[in-house]
Design a protein around this ligand. Sequence first.
Ligand code: GDD
Ligand code: MG
Length: 363
Amino acid sequence: LKALILVGGFGTRLRPLTLTYPKPLVPFANKAIILHLVENLVKARPLPRTARVPRPEVMIAVLKQYEEKYGITITFSVENEPLGTAGPLALARDVLGKDDAPFFVLNSDVTCSYPFEELRDFHLAHGGEGTIMVTKVDEPSKYGVVLTVPGQSTIDRFVEKPKEYVGNRINAGIYIFNPSVLDRIEVKPTSIESEIFPAMANDRQLHSMDLEGFWMDIGQPKDYLTGTCLYLSHLTSKKSPELADPAKHDAVVSGNVLIHPTATVDPTAVIGPNVVVGPNCIVGKGVRLQRCVLLDGARIKDHAFVQSSIIGWSSSVGKWARVEGTTVLGDDVNIKDEIFCNGASVLPHKSVGTSILEPAIVM
Ligand code: GDD
Ligand code: MG
């Protein structure tokens, strides 16, 4: 089995993190977002392929290491111009269409339990050309909405980002197709959601499978944090040994928490629930962390408080500082002592010496 991972756009909504790394390489629960996809695909045993990247060099260098580690072949199909979400399939036709086995196509910015095997079995059983995984959300206008023929899995209508409410079952960004879908797509900028899915639905060739369990598009800071909470509670329900065991930490750890083994946490810190402490992080005395993510090398100085925020690579938060309200610090940001940051988005290498009381971009 084969899989194509769609990588494109500029990850604008996940700035400032995406000013340093392309979105799929941004860590999620201490692992590059795309690595979650690759590891789950490996469990289902297809061969991952990837498409357009704004900075392919970094991406290729990182993904090349996974080839050997997981015993898979990764082909890079790099676009000269953005081909949208369907064009990349046509561009990779030689690989995807080389036999008649169905292949997966994945958006690279979602988290869920990735039930690839169930999806494949469901797809093979109904015999149609494609199957998309669907999930229910409260705010469907940000997504592609799926309407099925009553009582069937067959999709009747697909409406991308509807302005008016049509339904709440949405496209989860995980598909499986027979190679015949390639006959519907040309090598030119094409949206799979606005052009290909409606045509397939018209021909009654597109089916939906309901996703059990959690799902989140993690392409925006607020959703990235929500997705982190969902993923951590998924780890808890699986009784994952990765989670921090309060008995093994001197610091007060409660709720779902991941602490990388290379991180240094002071015994007087209070951590959780819903916290990810990345590799090489340093957490000082009396620090309070709640519902937040610290990326590689972040440093939280004594008595600082961090809540509902993402602290970028090698950034530091000063003593007695308070960081909250979906603040996102880019790479190597310095928040000075006693500063208050509420909803700040701080670009890489900046130093913040005055408090930010309302959401703002610091550049
Ligand atoms: N190769 C390539 N080329 N990939 C692209 C391009 C492009 O020109 N444009 C976007 N992508 C990739 C993105 O990197 C992402 O993995 C995927 O295609 C979807 O793009 P997003 O920009 O994240 O779309 P969205 O979140 O607004 O909506 C999509 O995802 C929703 C679920 O999260 C749609 O598929 C919706 O229907 C869906 O509900
Ligand atoms: Mg998205």
